[in-house]
Design a protein around this ligand. Structure first.
Ligand SMILES: NC(=O)c1ccc[n+]([C@@H]2O[C@H](COP(=O)([O-])OP(=O)(O)OC[C@H]3O[C@@H](n4cnc5c(N)ncnc54)[C@H](O)[C@@H]3O)[C@@H](O)[C@H]2O)c1
Length: 391
């Protein structure tokens, strides 16, 4: 007798994007790759259900933003105008929502989407003050849907690989001692003159604050993921460009509970330049990371050990380690940069019904609290103790 092939059930995850601007290009491109690779990622041949994420809808207040995006990355549905984001959230065929609007709109969209039972990815920063993130956590838990904040350093393979190297070489390298971090970025609010191609980041009512929440949050969060909890912070904050509340110069010392001091020197200026630079010193070794925002290569990472010749670490090896660590050893990076992995992890959290996701709202709240403590330190001129991380 001939065996009849059973048709497999398909689980479609329709994704809606709110805000078709600068960062949406990274997410939309990454999501098309996740969609194209779904067969391999979720092993359709072996599994009982075919997981099928699908880029489904765009919403933006501006018609051109939606239309232009749809020309490059076609879509089933488009929502335009003042209510576009809420209309997308209310669409019963949308299962997951990416919130990629200017910062001041995040919280309202996040809560509306979670309360409609949608899974939500929201770009950083989330909302202010950090205690407001509790409302997001509550809505995530009561609606039992996934929420993932856009803390992208947690999806960069070098961060995970450095965590491994630090652990593996505890005896050989000695204790981690000092971290020097310098972040120089061209003012991201110069409109067409600069890659962000927008101006809202100089307006406190839309951005809330400047370089710390807008850029350095990633670095603070990344270092926390390697070196653990923070004991106290001390910061000097300046507003050279004169936009109220938008700090463009920060010198800060973040002291971790294990004694490591991270010194941060961060600024927005007029140089046509966007580069993060780290030196991580151990007693017998040094790791240098150069991440040039305008380069196709994610980062150049070098290791110096005692008097040995400095060597460059292999990014491909780091990617292999990272995808194994997150339980997807059969997945390739596909594209340089962390957004593919970040978006894939969000969809995978939906598949696994892991509502906290591997990148939690709780850890985002902790990073927000540390930055708020930097502002407090700047205002008062004293170091500020950090409350323990409550998971
Ligand atoms: N993780 C990262 O690496 C990273 C990088 C850049 C930006 N971001 C964050 O992403 C968010 C968006 O930044 P961006 O640079 O893409 O901004 P952007 O201005 O380029 O894009 C925002 C889009 O949202 C649209 N929009 C504005 N109001 C809206 C509304 N009420 N309803 C629907 N759409 C609306 C705008 O028209 C625009 O198209 C910010 O919170 C920013 O901090 C994160």
């Amino acid at each position: 007798m001939m065996e009849t092939k059973q048709k497999k059930e398909t689980r479609r995850i329709n994704i809606g994007i709110i805000g078709c601007g600068h960062i949406s290009q990274n997410h939309i491109f990454s999501l098309t790759l996740v969609e194209a690779n779904a067969r391999k990622i979720w092993k359709w041949k072996e599994s009982e259900i075919k997981i099928r994420p699908h880029l489904y809808a765009y919403a933006d207040i501006l018609e051109d933003a939606v239309k232009n995006m749809a020309k490059s990355f076609p879509i089933d549905k488009q929502f335009v105008g003042k209510n576009a984001g809420f209309e997308l959230i209310e669409d019963p065929d949308v299962h997951a929502v990416f919130i990629l609007t200017p910062t001041y709109l995040h919280k309202e969209f996040v809560l509306a989407a979670l309360n409609q039972g949608k899974h939500v990815f929201c770009e950083k920063p989330l909302c202010f003050p950090p205690s407001e993130i509790d409302a997001i956590i509550k809505a995530r838990d009561s609606n039992h849907v996934v929420f993932q904040p856009g803390l992208v350093m947690r999806s960069t393979s070098p961060i995970h690989y450095l965590q491994l190297l630090t652990e593996q070489n505890k005896v050989k390298w000695g204790k981690p001692m000092n971290i020097v971090f310098r972040d120089s970025q061209q003012k991201p609010y110069l409109g067409e003159l600069e890659v962000h191609n927008s101006t809202w980041r100089k307006d406190q009512t839309q951005a809330y604050s400047g370089i710390l929440f807008e850029h350095v949050i990633h670095d603070i969060d990344g270092m926390i993921s390697i070196f653990g909890e923070v004991e106290e912070v001390y910061a000097k904050i300046n507003y050279f460009a004169g936009h109220p509340g938008i700090e463009d110069s920060v010198a800060s010392i973040i002291t971790f509970k294990n004694g490591i001091n991270l010194s941060i020197s961060a600024m927005w200026n007029d140089l046509d330049y966007d580069c993060r630079y780290y030196e991580i010193y151990f007693e017998k070794a040094r790791i240098t990371i150069i991440s040039d925002g305008r380069s196709k290569k994610l980062a150049e990472i070098k290791l110096l050990y005692l008097d040995e010749a400095e060597i460059e670490l292999d990014l491909e090896k780091m990617d292999e380690y990272f995808f194994s660590k997150i339980g997807l050893p059969h997945v390739k990076a596909e594209v340089s940069g962390p957004y593919y992995a970040e978006d894939l992890r969000f969809i995978n959290a939906i598949v696994k019904n892991n509502i906290k996701s591997e990148i939690t709202a709780e850890s985002a709240k902790y990073a927000h609290e540390i930055i708020e403590a930097c502002y407090e330190s700047g205002r008062k001129g004293v170091p500020i103790k950090i409350q323990p991380f409550l998971n």
